[in-house]
Design a protein around this ligand. Structure first.
Ligand code: AMP
Length: 276
């Protein structure tokens, strides 16, 4: 496994790499959710590449960029164990050198949900993903359904800018009790972790109500809100039931719907979703 920090060195290593090449972009502090993407990239490509980069431009000024968990040694050991060929782990200066001044905005899809609650977030995501796809030039790039809106943003920019990668979306990996794996789960105290189960609980409730024939999105949103409201440590940022393609909020669930939510558990902001 080669670990490469500079764009120039990556380009060189890339020249000798066998195709197809699969890329898994990550911010590190790797867990089983990341590793599921890595294993899939490993299985489907001659060369498996992973990027590790905590991207400052997708964090707001009051968000957790400086405290975001990092453990490069443990990450590299996991990637080595998974049979990864190339790791691209650039510094912030390598990705954003002096004079950097180009930003990618994904219009309507980037403006809703997370975009509404985290100003500038998707501009940061879209810009860095665009750069990673330009540097690594993967045949396939792997993303997690856990970040459902991010998948839509990446698909949009990949199509609109003719970047030519196949975007592969992989299912959300959860702990046995349903909590979606996230690098940020490490912030949760024991009591907060219990409260955090309400996110998955609310999504299961939405699925059950829908299966029982409830099509009124407002009724489902209200029932989810009530369930999470029972947790004093939880405070809801948003609960959304939206068209799974364009993310417009639905009154009635008569097409594929993305049920998604962002909830603060103490100081930790968690997101999760299911498709109905
Ligand atoms: P991150 O390091 O949080 O930026 O995540 C890197 C990639 O891993 C993104 O495509 C995420 O959607 C994906 N990912 C994170 N958590 C999970 C999970 N629990 N299940 C599946 N994919 C995940």
């Amino acid at each position: 496994m080669q670990v490469i920090e500079s764009v120039a060195a990556f380009r060189q290593a890339h020249g000798g790499a066998q195709k197809p090449l699969g890329l898994v972009p990550t911010m590190g502090f790797l867990h089983e959710g990341h590793l599921a993407l890595v294993r899939r990239a490993r299985a489907e490509n001659a060369t498996a590449a992973v990027s590790i980069f905590v991207n400052p431009t997708q964090f707001g000024p009051s968000e957790d960029f400086s405290s975001y968990p990092r453990d490069m040694d443990a990450d590299l050991a996991k990637l080595e164990g998974a049979g990864v060929d190339l790791v691209f782990a650039p510094t912030v200066d390598e990705v954003y050198p002096a004079g950097f001044d180009t930003h990618v905005d994904v219009g309507r899809i980037g403006a809703r949900l997370e975009g509404e609650h985290r100003a500038g977030h998707f501009q940061g995501v879209a810009t860095v993903v665009c750069k990673l796809l330009a540097i690594v030039r993967p045949d396939r790039a792997y993303f997690g359904q856990k970040d459902a809106q991010q998948c839509l943003v990446v698909k949009r920019l990949n199509a609109d800018l003719n970047l030519g990668a196949e975007i592969v979306v992989c299912p959300t990996v959860r702990d046995a009790d349903g909590l979606a794996l996230s690098s940020r789960n490490v912030y949760l105290s024991a009591a907060e972790r219990i409260a955090a189960l309400s996110l998955h609980g609310a999504l299961v409730l939405a699925r059950e109500l829908h299966r029982a024939g409830v099509m009124d999105a407002d009724e489902i949103r209200a029932r989810m809100r009530r369930l999470i409201g029972e947790q004093p440590l939880a405070s809801i940022d948003y609960i959304s039931i939206a068209d799974a393609q364009d993310l417009t909020e639905l009154d009635r669930i008569d097409a594929a719907a993305l049920v998604s939510l962002a909830v603060r558990i103490g100081k930790t902001r968690l997101i999760d979703n299911v498709i109905l």
